[in-house]
Design a protein around this ligand. Sequence first.
Ligand code: TA6
Length: 314
Amino acid sequence: MQSPSNPAALVKIVNKTKSVTIEDGPKGLCLRVDTQHSTLLLSLFGGHVLSYINKADNNERLWLSKHAVFDGKTPIRGGIPICWPWFSNHHLEPSFPSHGFVRTQMFDLIDISETLSGQNVVQSQLTLSPKQLDLFGYKNIQMKLIIEISSTLNINIISMNNSNEIMPITQALHSYFRIENIASTLLKGVETDYDDKPSITFGLKAPIYYTFDGEVDRIHKHDHNNFSQPQSIEISSTATCPEHEQITTIKIRQCGHDSTVVWNPWKEKSISMKDMENEGYATMLCIEAANTQNAELPLQLAPNQIHKLSQQIY
Ligand code: TA6
């Protein structure tokens, strides 16, 4: 159980709100947000969204491993891991931890702002930042995590280069989506060429009809010249039950990215991961808004430049 260095500050901010409460239980120190249109559970360890339920259909949008570890050290398997200030292995230092150094540290809650309609909270906006930023040689860099909970979940990583040098940044909103069944899942809106991690091949054509029948670990290159151009993605998945077919659709819009990562470990890798149930792969699919080294022009923040990476889940 993590104990925040400034619990009084946390309580003071939360107590001013109508929609946010603090939970300190088996998943560690969390914030629960309950608005008119949706609910969210956020772990302060990693600034990690664990659950997002839209009240329009009461469906959980995110997948969380039943074997996820909440020891305040291990990255949480599932939800939306915040991979920053590098994605996957560090491009210069392979000994550095995978996916950066913020998903394994506590975040401070900086602010909560609420939008009311009458007595109802229609939107809560949480602003958080990692407790430690000057790590692994990174200096004069700022990061804010802004999470807007309303009839959608809009999650944003804001990176600020406060140094007077060029700063390479790779990152990902590494979102695990909950699906009915990977074998009957269709992905729409991811159409650009990709680099394939398992076969170490590059520049492959995206499938016209994007379905899944084995391990997928792909970085699709998105237009890096137009960070403001949103990409619309749709995951539709069919639950096959005897009497009827249930099709669940999750809509995503993302921008600020130069890459879209598509990942499903499939059975063998699921079995090999201690924090993933053996059949876990069957009900999850990662669709990640990312800036990666695979991009045609990897992201480099100029001095004083600010960059926003966003993913909106409907
Ligand atoms: O985003 C895909 C990926 O880079 C995969 O290669 C796989 O490593 C996945 O992330 C999970 O990484 P993690 O360090 O959380 O086990």
